[in-house]
Design a protein around this ligand. Sequence first.
Ligand SMILES: Nc1ncnc2c1ncn2[C@@H]1O[C@H](COP(=O)(O)OP(=O)(O)OP(=O)(O)O)[C@@H](O)[C@H]1O
Length: 472
Amino acid sequence: MKNKILIIDDEINVGLLLSRYLTKNGFEVSNTTTGTSAIEMLENEKFDLILCDYRLDDTDGREILKHVKENYPATGVIIITGYSDIRLAVELIKMGAYDYIVKPLYPDEILNTVNKSLETKKALKKHSSNKNENKAEILNFPKYVEGKSKPSLKLLEQINLVAPTNYSIILHGKSGTGKECVAKTIHLNSLRKNEPFVAMDCGSLSKELAASEFFGHEKGSFTGALSTKVGHFEQANGGTLFLDEVANLSYETQAILLRAVQERKIKRIGSTKEIDLDVRIIIATNENLENCIQKGTFREDLYHRFNEFSINVPSLKDRSEDILVFADCFLAEANEELNKNIVSFSKEVKNCFLTYNWPGNVRELKNVIRRVALLTNGHQIEMSALPLEFEKVSSAKSQQREKRLTALKKSGNTAQDLKKLTKEAEYTAILNVLKEVNFNKTKAAKILQIDRKTLYNKIKVNNLNEEEIENR
Ligand SMILES: Nc1ncnc2c1ncn2[C@@H]1O[C@H](COP(=O)(O)OP(=O)(O)OP(=O)(O)O)[C@@H](O)[C@H]1O
């Protein structure tokens, strides 16, 4: 489909010449000579771009630009001025004009500016649809499972504390522990929650493309820059930028990142236009950044820039109390996704989950649950649905139990050992309670849930009289 252009110029001949030239170059062009008629045309027709002479009989380019920005933000505006006034140009660009052209008009220059403006428009459209996607994604952010173990409660406390601030944050933690999930939760609990959350994987970023990924580029600014690209910083403007695996960034890339963060301004590659930044940065790493600084692979100044607050996201094996909480939540999610109604895990499966080491952390647990949910047809998840590594855990556990039993049997004293143990436990329990209640036997019997007579017998058999204890 052809791009539609509206030319507003009170010099009829200039307007007609422009119109002919642009039509020849593949555009669909309309002309008018006054601001009033232009406003009417805009009400009836959608234009991609407006070329507007700054001085018009009934108004000026500034007013037209204001009207268009307010009412048709998707339409680009290029202002044509009769004289070179850099202050005016800067002001118009700040107001949202895509570009300006100084008369006399040169065909190549016009075509170039028109094409560039349409590229910018396309990139911005993509950017804003990304922003919308972002909003949609926010709605789809996975529910944050809080956990009940001590490390999880501490983590939650830190998230709640730092989220409403603008602090930069470093998230430390092994792969799959939930660093991105924590970053998203911080974003959702911040004042920026309605702005974009942009995640960028620095682990796979090549040195050559890093600047363009961070800051974007203009079409043709280097070989391979086939179209204008909005960088991650610009996409995240107003919101949060999450940089994953920062330890993998090259030293040079760290330098350009530091400059942008310090100056709070960026320029797309190939552009002279500065863009002000208001981005909160959260970085994540599964390496010890202090060691990286020692080794000379991570810049200390960059580390301190980001380290306004740091959070350690614990491994799953260090919060085993949460394993079944996570498992239940992921099972509920899987039920919904697969339209199933699996209600529980067998006792053996639960034991297996609690014994397993979870090297892939929460991600591995989530994947395992999705897999077993898919394989299960009944209401309970059984061992047979678990992957092979879990069978090993289970058989290692039963082997251990077996070994202990064989050792006991070999000693031939199983029954006697058990008797001895029981007696010792009974002795300690009675002694502790008696001491606690100052040898008040009625109270002690009540606590121990035995009758007074039985307690007297046990005191006698175990030599637990008050005098005897005190004399010992
Ligand atoms: N607290 C949590 N609540 C709900 N889901 C979680 C939680 N923590 C982790 N997950 C889930 O576990 C998976 C891995 O989490 P995430 O990608 O955040 O880990 P990561 O530490 O950033 O991993 P990597 O270092 O490999 O990038 C995701 O599917 C995420 O939704």
